[in-house]
Design a protein around this ligand. Structure first.
Ligand SMILES: C[S@@+](CC[C@H](N)C(=O)[O-])C[C@H]1O[C@@H](n2cnc3c(N)ncnc32)[C@H](O)[C@@H]1O
Length: 200
């Protein structure tokens, strides 16, 4: 299982998040893991699964989409698929209808900011915003700066498989720290309550 699923799964379960959206799904590895772990979770899956003139990537979209469809076979009654740009798909989602969004599409300053602006209103007050890429090794185009500017990760806690840093400590941070988001430097996964988001 991917690092982001190992961490995100228990967080979704622990905080009883029941309706989420993944922006940038690729093969569906994360959504599959979440749907497997949380039986009453429903997910909105957003990915264009094709090349776009304004987005530089090296994905094999055909293979990824085939793998996604295969991965989703057991869960078709719990997903809604939007094969579209993230900055278009949000128009079909009702405001404050989601418990969480997971932002993991294009990783530039501008694309993250556009995704955040398009989707933040879809999350319920008290819902969670999460994503991946809060890491110098993953960040190639201002993503960490964009996450800081938009989401305001106020603290970070390094997650590792060592006993000192556990999934439980991430959950405890989110439960006890009402004023800050948290980023796991190892996987680049980050989590923040909507009520603590800095609106710019
Ligand atoms: C990093 S991968 C997603 C990985 C996935 N979240 C996971 O955990 O396995 C990024 C995906 O986002 C999609 N993507 C990038 N920019 C997009 C955009 N603006 N609109 C829709 N999909 C986009 C790409 O097609 C690619 O499949």
């Amino acid at each position: 299982m991917q690092d982001n699923a190992i961490i995100t799964g228990p967080i979704v379960k622990e905080f009883s998040l029941k309706r989420g959206a993944e922006l940038g799904v690729k093969k569906g590895a994360l959504t599959k893991a979440l749907l497997h772990l949380v039986q009453d979770l429903n997910m909105v899956c957003v990915d264009m699964w094709k090349e776009h003139a304004n987005i530089a990537d090296t994905y094999n979209h055909k293979n990824n989409y085939t793998a996604f469809v295969d991965n989703m076979k057991p869960y078709m009654d719990r997903i809604r698929i939007h094969r579209d740009l993230t900055t278009e798909a949000h128009k079909h989602i009702i405001d404050e209808s989601l418990d969480f969004i997971y932002i993991d599409a294009s990783r530039t300053y501008d694309s993250f900011s556009a995704d955040y602006d398009a989707w933040i209103s879809k999350v319920k007050p008290g819902g969670m915003i999460m994503g991946r890429g809060y890491s110098a090794t993953i960040d190639k185009g201002g993503l960490v700066r964009a996450i800081n500017d938009k989401v305001g990760i106020a603290t970070s806690l390094e997650y590792s498989k060592e006993p000192a840093f556990t999934i439980e400590s991430l959950v405890a941070h989110l439960r006890n720290n009402t004023a800050s988001g948290i980023a796991d430097k190892q996987s680049g996964s980050w989590y923040c309550w909507k009520r603590h988001v800095i609106t710019k």
